[in-house]
Design a protein around this ligand. Sequence first.
Ligand SMILES: NC(=O)c1ccc[n+]([C@@H]2O[C@H](COP(=O)([O-])OP(=O)(O)OC[C@H]3O[C@@H](n4cnc5c(N)ncnc54)[C@H](OP(=O)(O)O)[C@@H]3O)[C@@H](O)[C@H]2O)c1
Length: 328
Amino acid sequence: MRAVLVPSPGSADVLRITEVDRPSPGPGQVLVEVAVAGVNYMDVYQRSGAVPLPFPFAAGVEGVGTVVEVGDGVREVTAGDRVGWLRGGQGSYAEFVLVDAAMAVPVPESVPDDVAAAVLMQGVTAHYLATDTYRVQPGDPVLVHAAAGGVGQLLTQVVALRGGRVIGTVSTEAKAAAARAAGADEVLRYEDAPGRVRELTGGEGVAVVYDGVGGATFDASLASLRPRGVIVVYGTSSGPTPPLEIPRLNSGGSLYVTRPTVVHYTATRGELRARTDELFGWIASGQLRVSIGGRYPLADAARAHQDLESRRTTGKLLLFPSGAAPSA
Ligand SMILES: NC(=O)c1ccc[n+]([C@@H]2O[C@H](COP(=O)([O-])OP(=O)(O)OC[C@H]3O[C@@H](n4cnc5c(N)ncnc54)[C@H](OP(=O)(O)O)[C@@H]3O)[C@@H](O)[C@H]2O)c1
């Protein structure tokens, strides 16, 4: 079978499509024929060595496909099931991948493969950020950085579903249109925060900042909060956040800071299923719209990484191991 390997840390061109043996599932695992693999910043961090894995390793953590073989002790799914996963499936940029059965969630028939793959990692992230990390209340003013991104567009919609008022930041006019289409009430350029954020909130500041950009935005995020506001740094697409002097939380208004990760918000199969079931339900009822920003054959994984890192994309990027990538 074909798989994308990362032989050594580096830029996107280290990715190598390689012929490898098809693996067999061990206890608690299933072998899945991959229909669509999701492209994530996690893959970029792993490839560059920022998230350390022993090299060489197989790229990709997320996908949708059909279970073709089941290991000992697996009760959650059976052969022939259509499943999705956002973790427990390292090596998802491949024709087949081993997935921890506990992390393989059923995908309803009403949700196509590409839509499901586009809502797993980013959708579950948006879900936990807005419902648990900070539970958005009706009327809450909320700042969402990179509001046209994969997480950004979904998060904007989930915050709006909960009655929050989204102020989004983006880098270009085209991305502003995408953020507005996702339901952002106001869309700003990064340099307009915190000043314009304060104006839009009557001087008070926002209840929460969802910051997946990190290094470039962290200071403006802190300065955009109202007293007892929460800064949620869930990603660092622009680079690491600067060190935080704790007294700044005091002088900024008894602020809270958290750095969440999806692992701790999908700690059990029950919690994971509750989130994916609700997301798939919102898609089925038309309350959540998924935006797919690029479709690539497996052999073009490097180009997908370059596009993601170059800020050229809006929405989710997908790889199609069977070769042909259906047009958007
Ligand atoms: N903690 C978690 O559980 C979790 C889970 C999933 C993803 N994440 C994180 O969430 C973040 C967003 O992920 P995503 O997949 O949805 O990506 P994305 O938002 O589609 O892409 C990143 C966006 O960040 C913005 N950006 C601002 N400064 C940038 C810079 N210097 N370089 C590159 N991009 C920059 C760009 O939008 P503009 O051009 O509009 O600025 C870019 O499109 C990532 O940091 C990822 O690691 C975290």
